[in-house]
Design a protein around this ligand. Structure first.
Ligand SMILES: NC(=O)c1ccc[n+]([C@@H]2O[C@H](COP(=O)([O-])OP(=O)(O)OC[C@H]3O[C@@H](n4cnc5c(N)ncnc54)[C@H](O)[C@@H]3O)[C@@H](O)[C@H]2O)c1
Length: 241
């Protein structure tokens, strides 16, 4: 049994899908969890966790919102040990289809949001004596794929930022690892058209899509001291894809 007893975690994008599953599992392992999202549905997920969870509304692309989230985490639970940069958006589009607005939306949420989160976590994690940051990239952030130019580019950026941050944060005892989900059964999956979904499903060696809980299990391991010698790792959670 992995224990996060005594640890405090922030999970972004925790109103839905993988983020909600991660918040539930980290709390079940003993962590106090700050759930954030632009969607108010995160409030209900936090309520399930009783005194172990609190919801803070947040747009991850806004620096001021990060200030409020850290403030709330410290006011409510007194420290910060784990940050899961999970919030993300996916809107399909090839390069010719991608205008500056579509590009910018992906950049702001998926890339700038992760950068701001890692920066905001530094001081509170230093005070806690170290920490673990888990950035959610995607299989699209380490491979070629159609109809995902802005999304894939932002997830490749998360891959690079995670590698660079692992080096920069190592002197502070902060580990930074990235996960690369394949196809996971969440509301985001519905953004793919049926032909594209069928094509991807056929490519998965385990012949099924993943469940959000299966991603959360890997996040739990990376959040815990069982992964104490891991930083800069790239972990696929993709049914063998
Ligand atoms: N589902 C998949 O197949 C898949 C595959 C690879 C990677 N991912 C990544 O996993 C992460 C979680 O996605 P999911 O599959 O659970 O999808 P999801 O759509 O269920 O959840 C994403 C959450 O992020 C929130 N969000 C969006 N913009 C935000 C913002 N600006 N600030 C704060 N919160 C915001 C949404 O409200 C939502 O609750 C994302 O980073 C996504 O890119 C998903």
């Amino acid at each position: 049994m992995i224990s996060l007893s005594g640890k405090v975690a922030i999970v972004t994008g925790a109103a839905s899908g993988q983020g909600a599953a991660e918040a539930r599992l980290l709390a079940a392992a003993g962590a106090k969890v700050v759930l954030t999202d632009i969607s108010d549905k995160g409030r209900a997920v936090a309520a399930e966790l009783g005194g172990n969870g609190v919801f803070v509304d947040q747009d991850v692309s806004q620096e001021a919102d990060w200030g409020r989230v850290i403030e709330q985490a410290l006011a409510r639970f007194g420290r910060l040990d784990v940050l899961v940069n999970n919030a993300g958006i996916y809107k399909p589009g090839t390069l010719p289809d991608t205008d500056v607005a579509l590009w910018d939306r992906h950049y702001r949420v998926n890339q700038l949001g992760v950068f701001l989160g890692m920066r905001a976590a530094l001081q509170p994690m230093l005070k806690s004596g170290g920490g673990s940051i888990i950035n959610v990239s995607s299989k699209a952030g380490m491979s070629k794929g159609p109809n995902m130019f802005a999304y894939g580019s932002s997830k490749w950026a998360v891959r690079g930022m995670s590698q660079l941050a692992a080096v920069d944060y190592a002197p502070f005892g902060i580990r930074v690892n990235a996960i690369y989900p394949g196809m996971i059964d969440t509301p985001m999956l519905a953004e793919n058209n049926p032909e594209q979904l069928a094509m991807y499903k056929n490519m998965i060696p385990l012949k099924r899509v993943g469940r959000p809980e299966e991603v959360a299990q890997v996040v739990l391991f990376l959040a815990s001291d069982l992964s104490s010698y891991m930083s800069g790792a790239e972990i696929g959670i993709d049914g063998g894809l």
